[in-house]
Design a protein around this ligand. Structure first.
Ligand SMILES: [Zn+2]
Ligand SMILES: [Zn+2]
Length: 90
C-alpha cells in the first residue's frame, strides 16, 4: 500500500488513514494535506472533515509557533516593565 502524498509505503495500519473515497494515506500526510485542501489528493472528493476537526488539525500544527509567540510577548512585556521600573527610579 502506497501513500500518494509522500510516495512511501504505509507499513502499519496504525499510521494509515482511509478517506471516505477508500483512498489511503499516512495519517500525518493527509492531515497536513487537508489543512491546505479539504479534498482527496487523488480523486478530489471533498472530505467529511468538519470545520472543527480542521481547526483542531491546524491547532496541532501551529501550537509550536503559538508558544514561541507567547514567549516573545512575555519577554517584551517584561522588558517594558523593567524599563518602567528603571525610569521611575530616576
Ligand atoms: Zn505519506
Ligand atoms: Zn480519493
Amino acid at each position: 500500500m502506497l501513500c500518494s502524498i509522500c510516495l512511501e509505503t504505509i507499513s502499519s495500519p496504525k499510521e494509515e488513514e482511509e478517506l471516505e473515497c477508500k483512498h489511503k494515506y499516512h495519517t500525518k500526510c493527509i492531515e497536513q494535506w487537508l489543512v491546505r485542501d479539504s479534498s482527496c489528493p487523488l480523486c478530489r472528493k471533498p472530505m467529511g472533515y468538519s470545520r472543527e476537526e480542521l481547526m483542531e488539525i491546524c491547532y496541532k500544527i501551529e501550537r509550536n509557533s503559538f508558544y514561541l509567540l507567547m514567549f516573545l510577548l512575555v519577554t517584551i512585556q517584561l522588558s517594558l516593565w523593567l524599563y518602567t521600573m528603571i525610569t521611575s527610579n530616576e
